[in-house]
Design a protein. Structure first.
Lengths: 202, 299
């Protein structure tokens, strides 16, 4: 799951420049805007995710992050022109134009994706002694996912698919991840209940 | 025996001159800009602007210091073939400044025309001014901007240009957002029926097919302009139907005298403008959704 979230973050980020370039060009500042907004969104996501994990952490909320990020990514496809056009008209300077466009398009889904890692740490840590190890493992997996997302998108996906098809792929992946977590949670609960019942009978 | 001696002699003389050329090329300016390494070299009278020398790029542009008006490269000269379609442009747009020889020639040819130049890299502008005799005039303005938003904005303001040169495609990275169908539609927006578009594009690799298909979808028939002496392919087109060959020849004859001092062999051009389809028409057109230009170039 951490792999999927890392993968999707970087897939969307790599496509960000493609999405913005028709309006704001391919200058260095466009890349700067995108990376800045992704970093800020992730930073706040880490903070909020960590905070949420302190209150009744549950697999359902965790699945909600994936589904929420997927849902809030849909406007990137559906409303991108509607979002970028007024910004393009209002701001002549492509630096600030791209910065604002990146905020409106990418900030919310990216910050939700940022919540996943700290929350996952809380769910997986069984005891204090292993917390650092678990956090390390999660960062390892999610960053590995990011690397794969970056490479896959920039080397291959753009050659095989259209931008929107890749975005739908990322959204579908996130939804699937959310559903798998939910299914595993309920299935696991049934199993645990059955197990408990069996123990009681004995 | 004598012949082979002569041959060896000729080869070694050639090698010597090439080596001498390499040795004598003096770097007179080096600069690392936001986008690239810029180098200015000088060999004898020839001063050249190079981008990303370390990656082995070709000369971007050259001027002859003792004959500034003469255009050194084929593709620069070829950019004026559009005059065969529109011979008195009053407004000219050049995307990509380089050493500035294309806009300078336009300014010299049409002193009353309004010339807008768009260059993404401000360092290129200052190098052109300092080393390549480029300067803005009352009629010629340089905008440091990306070509695509500049054209999009001009379209919204309903501005039109009579002559448009797209020359943003040199160097080792292709701006993918300026190869797409949507971009060409935006270019159409700033054209009148009689305006002419001259695009310097790639003639190699799979990209050639994709690019040709995209231009064809956007403009219909276009002139494909190639010379055996250069790897550049110039696309020349307009919104109204292309003129017949006879008309091109007539225009060339009337222009030949005026273009002589720049070294533009316009009389040779009409026979080189071809509308023959020499690309794979089944290739996919490039769009904002699908434009892996930099990946296609290598295949």
């Amino acid at each position: 799951m951490a792999f999927a979230s890392g993968f999707c973050i970087m897939t969307v980020e790599m496509l960000g420049a493609r999405i913005l370039s028709p309006y704001f060009g391919g200058s260095l500042s466009v890349w700067g805007s995108i990376i800045t907004i992704f970093m800020l969104a992730l930073a706040l996501g880490y903070l909020w995710g960590g905070k949420l994990s302190a209150r009744k952490p549950s697999a359902i909320t965790f699945a909600g992050f994936f589904i929420g990020a997927a849902v809030f990514s849909i406007p990137i496809i559906v409303f991108s022109d509607a979002i970028m056009e007024p910004i393009f008209m209002a701001l002549e300077d492509p630096r600030y134009g791209s910065l604002f466009a990146a905020i409106f398009l990418f900030f919310i889904p990216t910050s939700i994706l940022g919540m996943i890692s700290p929350y996952a740490v809380r769910l997986m840590v069984q005891n204090e002694a292993h917390s650092g190890q678990m956090a390390g493992l999660l960062y390892f997996i999610s960053t590995l996912g990011s690397a794969a997302g970056t490479l896959g998108t920039s080397f291959y996906f753009v050659l095989w698919f259209e931008v929107n098809q890749i975005l739908w792929g990322a959204i579908f992946t996130l939804l699937l991840a959310g559903l798998v977590i939910l299914v595993a949670h309920y299935f696991g609960k049934d199993k645990r209940a059955a197990h408990a019942e069996a123990v009681n009978h004995a | 025996m004598r012949k082979s001696m002569l041959f060896v002699f000729a080869i070694s003389a050639l090698l010597c001159s090439v080596l001498a050329g390499v040795v004598a090329a003096e770097t007179i300016h080096e600069e690392r800009s936001k986008y690239r390494d810029i180098t200015v070299t000088e060999i004898g009278n020839r001063r050249c602007l190079l981008f990303n020398v370390h990656r082995g790029d070709r000369n971007q542009t050259c001027v002859l210091v003792n004959d500034k008006q003469r255009l050194v490269f084929d593709y620069t000269r070829m950019s004026f073939a559009g005059l065969l379609l529109n011979d008195c442009p009053e407004s000219i747009l050049v995307i990509g400044l380089g050493g500035g020889s294309i806009p300078l020639t336009f300014a010299d040819l049409f002193p009353d025309a309004r010339i807008d130049v768009v260059e993404i890299d401000e360092a290129v502008v200052s190098v052109a001014e300092e080393f390549f005799f480029f300067e803005e005039t009352a009629n010629m303005t340089v905008y440091v901007d990306d070509g695509r938003p500049f054209i999009k904005r001009a379209g919204i303001r309903r501005e039109k240009y009579d002559y448009i040169v797209l020359d943003a495609f040199s160097g080792d990275y292709i701006p993918e957002h300026m190869l797409t169908r949507e971009f060409l539609d935006e270019v159409r927006n700033i054209m009148r029926p009689e305006s002419v578009l001259v695009a310097n594009t790639f003639s190699t690799s799979r990209l050639y097919d994709h690019e040709s298909v995209t231009y064809q979808r956007a403009f219909g028939e276009f002139f494909n302009f190639k010379l055996p002496t250069t790897g550049n392919r110039i696309i020349i087109t307009q919104l109204e139907p292309l003129p017949p060959r006879g008309q091109l020849v007539e225009k060339a004859q009337s222009f030949a005298g005026r273009l002589e001092k720049y070294g533009i062999p316009i009389l040779q051009y009409p026979s080189r403008l071809s509308t023959r389809v020499d690309w794979d028409m089944s290739r996919r057109q490039l769009t904002d959704q699908y434009a892996p230009a930099n990946l296609l170039r290598d295949n």
